[in-house]
Design a protein around this ligand. Structure first.
Ligand code: SF4
Ligand code: SF4
Length: 401
């Protein structure tokens, strides 16, 4: 099963790490550590989305629209975030434009002094709606693309004519003088298009391109065999990104996330659990990361309860469980990197080892690390069919038409 913990597999030959300076990256991420209230908060307004990306980072158990916070509740949350010192709000989903009250929420964020970013698939936006959002004070737009051309992108997103619409909206964003980020989630079935995706982002006048290789939990874990790149693909991807960074210096910034399966050390996930980030789910749960609900058995407090967001951040059991370094067992406990990567991703540790307390198996010191490489190698030669993400537990891709 693609979504089960790591199977027993023979230990593969050790492989050299992908050539990026991870330590430098991690050290940079570790700067500014504090348990003070995060400067930026992600609000997931809804899990509804017209796309069906097989790597969607929303939980497998999606929150129904009937459970979403009301407009009045979100307005209260926005005010509270501003009051406790948050400076930026990222409106995300699902697809945030599926909420009819988005303009009102953006306006309130602007009035409260928050810098606002819309993270969108863009396929539901009209020019009028985008103008209304800009007039309400929206500061930035991030549009996801699934490939460099419709044939690939529309298949990955499971949405016909989506790619053409995204490009149209990206042009509107620039016409309205809003800064644009393009987000490209990369995997085996679109990595060959990376050079064209970079050119496309430049032609759209994006200030920033996120080249984010799929992280394997939630829906992506269900589709691991269809998405996992080969090691050769990853090395080529890194080479293409490094060359583009040099070529486009001063024109477009490129953020790059390699898949953990080909790393030697884990990433500092979300700046460390409960350390620099939280997000709010459609039903109001305050979470240390957007995938945290994939760790079963944890209770997360909600903004619908009688506790303030500040109290939840400071005191809730779920935030304090993996905060800092005192909770760590070996090998992290005695490791020199523990205050740099904080043991990596709790969700990945849970998904792949069965315990969120374990070191992220992306770490070479994890007893599960060798098998992670074996799984990557095996998955990279798996079938190409997707299990699309939706509210009915996923729909297998129809093949042959
Ligand atoms: S990853 Fe795809 S399916 Fe998931 S919310 Fe984003 S656009 Fe929608
Ligand atoms: S042992 Fe733990 S702290 Fe050390 S590098 Fe690995 S995951 Fe990070």
């Amino acid at each position: 099963m693609a979504d089960s913990p790591l199977p027993e597999t023979p230990t593969p030959e050790p492989m050299a790490p992908v050539a990026v300076d991870e330590f430098q990256l991690l050290s940079k991420q570790a700067e500014g550590s504090t348990y003070g209230i995060p400067l930026a908060v992600l609000v997931e307004l809804t899990h509804r989305c017209p796309l069906q990306c097989p790597y969607c980072s929303n939980p497998v158990e999606l929150e129904a629209s009937s459970k979403e916070l009301t407009t009045a509740e979100w307005l209260r949350v926005i005010d509270e975030l501003a009051e406790i010192g948050v400076l930026q709000i990222h409106f995300s989903g699902g697809e945030p434009t599926a909420r009819k009250d988005l303009v009102d929420l953006v306006r309130r964020a602007s009035e409260a002094g928050l810098y606002s970013n819309l993270i969108t698939s863009a396929v539901m936006l009209t020019r009028d709606k985008l103008e209304a959002l800009a007039d309400a004070g929206l500061n930035h737009v991030q549009i996801s693309i699934q490939g460099a051309e419709s044939r690939v992108a529309d298949r990955v997103g499971g949405f016909r004519n989506g790619h053409v619409k995204k490009l149209e909206v990206a042009r509107w964003v620039k016409e309205l003088d809003l800064p644009l980020t393009v987000n490209a989630v990369m995997h085996r079935q679109n990595l060959a298009q990376l050079p064209q995706i970079i050119d496309l982002a430049v032609s759209l006048r994006a200030a920033r391109l996120e080249v984010a290789n799929v992280q394997y939990y939630g829906w992506a874990l269900k589709n691991r065999q269809a998405l996992m790149p080969s090691r050769a693909q990853m090395e080529e991807c890194t080479r293409v990104v490094e060359a583009a960074r040099a070529r486009l210096h001063g024109i477009m910034e490129i953020d790059y996330v390699i898949p953990d399966y080909y790393a030697e050390r884990p990433k500092q996930c979300m700046g460390g659990w409960g350390r620099q980030f939280f997000n709010i789910s459609p039903a109001g749960k305050v979470l240390p990361c957007h995938a945290a609900e994939s760790i079963t058995g944890l209770e997360f407090d909600s903004v619908r309860g009688n506790k303030s967001i500040r109290w939840i951040w400071d005191n809730s059991e779920a935030f304090n469980l993996y905060r800092g370094v005192d909770w760590m067992p070996e090998p992290c406990r005695s490791c020199a990197f523990k205050e740099i990567d904080f043991g990596g991703c709790r969700c990945q540790a849970f998904a792949l080892t069965g315990s969120a307390r374990n070191a992220d198996p992306a770490c070479v010191k994890s007893e599960h690390h060798a098998r992670l490489f074996a799984v990557a190698h095996e998955a990279a030669s798996g079938g190409d069919g997707f299990l699309y993400r939706n509210f009915s537990g996923g729909t297998p891709e129809k093949t042959g038409g």
